[in-house]
Unconditional design. Structure first.
Length: 256
């Protein structure tokens, strides 16, 4: 059960953030509206929110998931893999210390983006990507072990379709995984029930289960119907302006 979440409002310079896609320039007004709807969905799922002000130093700062890994047993500040985002973990630290007085940190030369980290029960998948390197993965795995978690790595550097591991995977109820076709046959996931997302709806794989609700990006009818047939309660949210900067549902909050 999640009880809290930390979010950061998008700033007026949000459109200056990093992106690999060409989906157009985000509307700031619509970005704020979609962020507010996301916050409402978390509240309706039972979470108390800490909503931080926009940080004009970091256009990507609203994607707080990349700045820390948060478990019931503790939290660790990451070291984002894009140089322009290195200050974001330091900026989130005061808000995290209100809940976790003792914080571990990923140290150079390690890099870790939270978007590459997928928890599945007591096991954590760590994506090796353009943003998370082997040094960072080893540090994180050691820290996870001290908290009673196993860890394994999944190298996604050969997949041009996703930036982070969680761009193509979501864990629902501990054992069931949503997976894009490119990841569905990966041996790392062999022990889990797998739901393969249609290639045309790949963005929908970045879903988030928050207590008894699964948050799903609007516009993925096949996946929505499949999840409802499996018994999930869905909350579909417009995510168009975050998709323009490679962002998804999981990116916008730290949940614990």
């Amino acid at each position: 059960m999640f009880r809290h979440a930390i979010l950061r409002l998008p700033g007026a310079n949000y459109a200056d953030g990093l992106t690999r896609v060409d989906l157009g320039v985000p509307s700031f007004e619509l970005t704020l509206a979609q962020h507010a709807a996301y916050a409402d969905a978390l509240r309706d799922a039972g979470l108390a929110l800490t909503v931080l002000p926009a940080d004009p130093r970091h256009p990507d700062g609203t994607f707080v998931e990349d700045t820390a890994i948060v478990l019931a047993e503790g939290a660790i500040l990451t070291r984002p893999g894009a140089s322009s985002r290195l200050g974001e973990a330091e900026a989130i630290e005061p808000a995290l210390r209100a809940f976790f007085p003792t914080l571990a940190t990923i140290e150079a030369p390690g890099t870790v983006d939270g978007g590459d980290i997928c928890e599945a029960g007591r096991h954590v998948f760590i994506g090796i990507s353009a943003r998370t390197n082997e040094h960072g993965a080893r540090q994180l795995a050691r820290w996870l072990q001290t908290r009673g978690y196993g860890a394994s790595t999944v190298d996604i550097r050969g997949l041009d379709s996703i930036l982070h591991l969680k761009s193509g995977i979501a864990c629902l109820a501990g054992e069931r995984l949503l997976l894009i076709p490119e990841l569905a046959a990966h041996p790392a996931f062999a022990g889990h029930e797998r739901v393969v997302v249609d290639a045309a709806e790949a963005y929908g794989a970045n879903a988030v289960q928050v207590n008894d609700t699964v948050l799903l990006a609007r516009g993925h009818p096949k996946l929505a119907a499949n999840l409802r047939a499996l018994g999930y309660r869905l909350r579909e949210l417009d995510m168009s302006e975050f998709a323009k900067l490679d962002g998804g549902l999981s990116c916008l909050s730290l949940r614990f």
